[in-house]
Every structure is written in C-alpha cells, then in structure tokens.
Design a binder for this molecule. Structure first.
Ligand SMILES: Cc1ncc(COP(=O)(O)O)c(C=O)c1O
Ligand SMILES: N[C@@H](CCOP(=O)(O)O)C(=O)O
Length: 465
C-alpha cells in the first residue's frame, strides 16, 4: 500500500514513512493510493469480533505488509487495553432508532484516544526499528492535546510539543495537558485561536530546513494513521446494527473533518453507510459550504463546544481530493485560494459528489444547551456539548427507517460548566482522574509567532541536530 499526497507534488510513501511524515512535503495530506475493499461476505464474517480483533481485520490492509502481523496485533491489543469499557466503543440506544456511539472511554475521555493510543505505539515501534528519534508537534482546540500527551508521555524516542489556544480550552482539557510530569512533554499556550495553532504546526512542516533538523512528526489528523484508526468504530457500530445487511447513517460533531472523513473511508471500503451528516456549532463553515458551494472563512466564535471552534478544517482537503476525482491540481488551486483570500468556490460537479454522500447542519449554543436538557429528560442520558450539537443536527435532519448513530466524542465531565448550565448536573470526573484539578500545572505561554515557536522546539527537542 502506497500513500499519495492530495497536492500531488510529494513522493508517494509506504505506511511507516507516511506515519512519520505527518504532513506531506508539498503541504498536502496523505491518502491511500486505493481504498482497501471488503465484500458483504467479508463484513458479515466480522460479526461478533471483539474490538481489537476487528481493528486488526479492518486495518491490516493499510499496512502494506510493513509491520509484522504479530507486532501489529500486540500494539493494537495494548492500545485498547487502556480503555475502561470492555466493548472499547460501546453503542447505546437513546431513542427508537437513534444511538450514541460512546468514544470516550479512553484515558482522556475523548474520541482522540481511540487513534492516539495506537498511533503512539506505531510510531514508537517504527522509530525503534530505525534507531531514530522524532520531534512531535500538535495543535489542539482541547482534546487532541491531552490524548497525545497521555499516549506519548515518557516515550524515550519522542519529544512532544502541544500548542493550545491560551484561555480557550476548558479547565479539564488544559490540565490534561499541563499536569504531566514527563520530561518529554511540552505544553505551549499560544496567544491566538486554534486556527493560529494549526497554522503554526503546518508552517513548521512547510519549513523544510527546520522539519529535517528536528525530525518533525505530527499527531493531528493530518497524520493518516489518525484517520485510519478511527475507521474501525464505524465498522463496529454498523455491525452491531446489522451491517452489511442493513444500512446505517452517522451524524458526526465536526471541526477538523477527521472523524467524519474516517466514516467516508469506511464507506469507500464497502461499509453500507446511507448518509454522513456533518454537525457544526456556531463555527459553521462546513454547513455553509454544503449549502452554498463556497468555502469561506470568517472569524471564530467561542462556544460551549470549544473543540469544534475551528474555521480551517484540515481534512476537508482529503474530501476535495476525492470529489475532484483525485485531481491534485484542483486541490492546489483551492488551497491557494484559501491561503490568498480565505475562500474558494467548489466546482458544481465536485459539490454534487460531496452532496451525494454528506448533509450538514449546525447547532447554536442555545440549541446545544436545549438538547442537553431534552436528552436528559427524555432518555436520562447526559450529553457533552459536542455530542449534543450532533444530536440536535441529527434530530433536525434524520428521517426514515435507517438507524442513526451519533458519535459521542467526549465525556460530559470534560465540560462541567456548560453541562451544569444546561442541565443543573455537575458531571463528575472518573476516579482515575481524581487528582487532575489540584495537580501542579507546567506550561509556557508563547506568542503566535513561527520563529519563537520553532526556537522553543529546537531548544527542547532531543532530536534536534
Ligand atoms: C469532543 C470533540 N468533538 C468533535 C470534534 C471534531 O472532530 P474532527 O476535528 O475530527 O472533525 C473534536 C475535535 O476534533 C472534539 O474534540
Ligand atoms: N478538535 C481538535 C482539533 C484538532 O483536531 P485533530 O483531529 O486534527 O487533531 C482538538 O480537540 O484538538
């Protein structure tokens, strides 16, 4: 299996190189050259598999034989042994034909753990085999950072630098990043918003001299392995609801478009998915794009679902590549438009292809709060604000007999203030995180300035030459 860049000007790479590369050298994102295919019979044969066994079955074709089967199996089993629920990602029924796929039973209570626990082990393995070290940078609007720090803390072959927007993440999210005592962990509070943090990360990758000097790797969903690992839970939930003999739809709380792109990938691999519904908060660039055919950035609003406070939705580039029938020149043109004027218009044929697979809707802060209240009253189920945004959109958009699965992307205890304001209930952190709110914090505040961030990373990375 080879991986190609959405911008067509970087070399195609094998699996291990694509995982270490993160962003392609032409600024594009890696995607598999072709989608592995599972027939209905293959999918039927997956019924009843435990989550790690299913992950091994679904993900092995992506490895291109580069990781020995027993090694991969061990890494997968270790990754999902960190989850506190036996099913890893359980499916909970909340209405007649509606389900929440709970993705928050990992160490940091967000769906990011599902991919990050595996990615850290894969990277460690590849680096150890090559006798190399890497410098990892990541941008977070709150959840990726904590998950990455948990997964990489104490790993000798990597130093990890997480950029989060100063004052714009929840206190629980911040402490999950700032209370690690591991020497290889660096939490950087950037004076800006998430898009600034993500822009800095991409600029570091596009500064090739810096990139090579520190052996840069990334753990955001620009890294193919993040998307790859997230494909598995689309299979697990659809199988529980009768796949391949019964189609399923998904509504996904969306920011950087990684999670829902994993659903698109599952569909391309043969999983019978009827609709993929993008749910945004007030930062509704993707809902507007689906409605108008134009991707146009505007200011970012702070909402009660901060992890989705995003304008530049990285993985939408992967969908554009597919919608343009893998024409990298079209993707380059769109991305140049985005860089120069903050906008680009998507051609009609491409928009039609996107609309044939996706719907989109948004939930305002008030609608999120009302949904938390209503779901508690109706189903005795306490939602976090991100999942609530998706439940609202699913309720407005879904109809018909096809089961609707909403991705439950975070535990409500990560956002106690918003959940309490909406429901009157203060969700408690699980016992294993009991000391989080009193532990000492350690972080560095930096301006949103490429040179200053690069200097900091260079000075603190053991991989820097
Ligand atoms: C809790 C939560 N829900 C939803 C999202 C959006 O996911 P994605 O960025 O993959 O679209 C995020 C951030 O990524 C998140 O942390
Ligand atoms: N919402 C994310 C933003 C980064 O997304 P990623 O999936 O590309 O890592 C977060 O919580 O940090």
């Amino acid at each position: 299996m080879q991986y190609v860049s959405t911008r067509g000007e970087a070399p195609a790479l094998g699996f291990s190189d694509a995982v270490l590369a993160g962003l392609a050298r032409d600024g594009g994102l890696y995607v598999p050259r072709e989608w592995p295919q599972f027939s209905a019979a293959d999918i039927r044969a997956m019924r009843g598999l435990a989550y790690p066994d299913l992950a091994i079955r679904v993900l092995t074709p992506f490895l291109g034989g580069e990781i020995a089967a027993p090694v991969f199996e061990r890494l997968v089993r270790e990754a999902y042994a960190t989850f506190r629920h036996e099913a890893v990602c359980p499916l909970v029924q909340t209405g007649k034909n509606t389900f929440i796929l709970e993705l928050f039973h990992g160490p940091t209570l967000a769906f990011k753990d599902v991919a990050m626990q595996l990615l850290a082990r894969l990277m460690d393995h590849v680096l150890a085999e090559r006798g190399q070290r890497a410098t990892i940078v990541g941008a977070t609007s709150g959840d990726t950072g904590g998950a990455a720090i948990d997964a990489f803390a104490g790993r000798d072959r990597t130093d990890i630098f997480i950029l989060f927007p100063n004052g714009k993440v929840s206190p629980v999210q911040q402490r999950q990043m700032t209370t690690s005592s591991a020497a290889n962990v660096h939490a950087l509070s950037v004076e800006g918003n998430f898009d600034d943090c993500q822009g800095l990360v991409k600029d570091m990758f596009n500064d090739h001299a810096f990139r090579d000097r520190v052996s840069l790797s990334g753990v955001n969903s620009i890294n193919w392995a993040r998307i790859m690992a997230q494909i598995v839970y689309y299979f697990s939930s659809a199988l529980s609801l009768g796949a391949p003999d019964r189609p399923v739809s998904f509504t996904v709380p969306t920011g950087n478009f990684g999670d829902i792109f994993a659903g698109y990938a599952a569909k391309r691999m043969g999983l019978p998915i009827e609709r993929l519904i993008i749910a945004t908060n007030d930062n509704d660039i993707l809902a507007r794009t689906l409605a108008t055919g134009e991707y146009r950035t505007k200011g970012v609003f702070a909402t009660t679902s901060p992890s989705m406070d995003i304008q530049v939705s990285s993985n939408f580039e992967r969908l554009l590549f597919e919608a343009a029938e893998r024409n990298a020149e079209t993707v380059r043109r769109y991305m140049n438009g985005l860089k120069q004027s903050g906008a680009f218009a998507i051609e009609a044929g491409e928009m039609a292809r996107i609309r044939s697979e996706f719907d989109a809707g948004r939930a305002t802060v008030e609608e999120v709060a009302a949904t938390i209240r209503a779901t508690l009253e109706k189903s005795s189920y306490l939602l976090d604000p991100h999942t609530a945004a998706a439940v609202h959109v699913a309720t407005v958009r879904a109809s018909g007999p096809v089961p609707m699965v909403v991705l439950g992307t975070a535990h409500p205890a990560k956002f106690p203030a918003a959940v309490e304001a909406a429901s009157g209930i203060v969700p408690a952190l699980p016992a294993w995180l009991g000391g989080l709110m009193t532990a000492d914090e350690k972080y560095t505040i930096l301006p949103s300035d490429l040179k200053m961030v690069e200097d900091y990373v260079s000075r603190h990375s053991r991989a820097a030459r």
